[in-house]
Design a protein around this ligand. Structure first.
Ligand code: BG6
Length: 313
């Protein structure tokens, strides 16, 4: 509730799964399930939901939750020996009570630190020792920040490599009224064409059919403009050069058991990622990848976004 003190509360979510609820004084909030280290809700100060979670999402481990922000680690998609999108989204994470310090932003008081480490059984799937620390934070203004720190703790001297994505499902009013800015003219790998490389043409990215593209060497800011809702999401990222844009559209939507037939109209995944060049860590090395999401009212005149406010602001 607006006017209350910021708070961080551990409680039970759907199907009795543990979740942490972050609340900021002005009324914004976020929810994180320990299953998957998975953000499932991000609300602005008016209590409006900003992330898409399917009404058919199952919340039944080990199946990952459909929507919110699944963490894809140590493998993005099906390119590799592991299960699709890796295992981090299917594991139970713990609350990290004593994380190594992050260069702190003293304004941020509302956050939770989670940690994932491999069990003996996990070694059979991916024979590496690691510590994955995830901080989920809410700023006083209601921005959502996720910081991942992944450390190689192998004692056998071996490096490991991984790919990664914050698979963010943005909630949109109508996919046909949405455009993405910041990715025009970039090269991308088309997942629908065996990852063939193309260059994006035209000055706007809009949606009228299935899309599954990995944009390469993307800028640190990407905007998702919801024309109907007059809302712009700004995604700022650090350490994550690639950006996946995905919408399954009608045919694939129907084939997914945990996704409603019409859900594709109300979501767009824009995923800050490191895919083209896998991250390689030697023992003792740590990698950091961060996203910051904000939702701002957008003024939209003649199809033009105010670039000052969004991409440079
Ligand atoms: C996207 C991929 O990131 O995730 C798509 O680019 C994939 O190819 C989609 O279909 C959903 O994956 P999943 O495993 O959550 O169904």
């Amino acid at each position: 509730m607006a006017g209350e003190k910021p708070s961080v509360e551990l409680c039970k979510g759907i199907n009795g799964l543990d979740k942490v609820v972050l609340r900021e004084a002005r009324g914004s909030s976020a929810e994180v399930y320990l299953f998957g280290g998975h953000v499932t809700s991000w609300k602005n100060e008016h209590g409006e939901e900003l992330l898409f979670v399917s009404s058919k999402a199952m919340f039944k481990p080990p199946k990952a939750i459909r929507g919110g922000i699944p963490i894809c680690f140590p493998q993005f998609s099906s390119h590799g020996n592991l299960e699709q999108h890796g295992f981090a989204r299917n594991k139970f994470w713990s609350i990290d009570t004593n994380p190594p310090q992050l260069p702190s932003n003293s304004l941020i008081k509302t956050f939770v630190d989670l940690i994932l480490k491999p069990t003996d059984d996990d070694f059979k799937i991916w024979p590496h020792s690691y510590e994955f620390r995830l901080r989920v934070a809410l700023t006083p203004g209601g921005d959502l920040m996720l910081t991942s720190r992944i450390r190689n703790t192998n004692s056998d001297g071996k490096p490991f490599s991984f790919t990664f994505a914050y698979h963010t499902y943005f909630l949109v009013s109508d996919i046909s009224e949405v455009r993405v800015e910041g990715l025009e003219t970039l090269d991308y790998l088309d997942n629908l064409k065996e990852r063939e490389r193309f260059t994006e043409q035209g000055d706007a990215i809009t949606f009228e059919s299935e899309v599954d593209k990995i944009y390469l060497s993307t800028p640190t800011k990407i905007a998702i403009i919801d024309h109907e809702k007059k809302r712009t999401f700004v995604l700022r990222k650090d350490g994550l050069p690639d950006a996946v844009v995905w919408n399954p559209w009608d045919r694939k939507a129907k084939a997914m058991p945990d996704f409603g037939d019409d859900d594709y109209k109300h979501m767009l995944s824009v995923e800050a990622a490191a895919i083209e060049k896998p991250i390689i860590l030697k023992p003792g090395e740590e990698w950091k990848g961060r996203i910051e999401l904000s939702a701002v009212p957008s003024s939209y005149c003649s199809g033009q976004l105010d670039p000052q406010k969004v991409l440079q602001g």
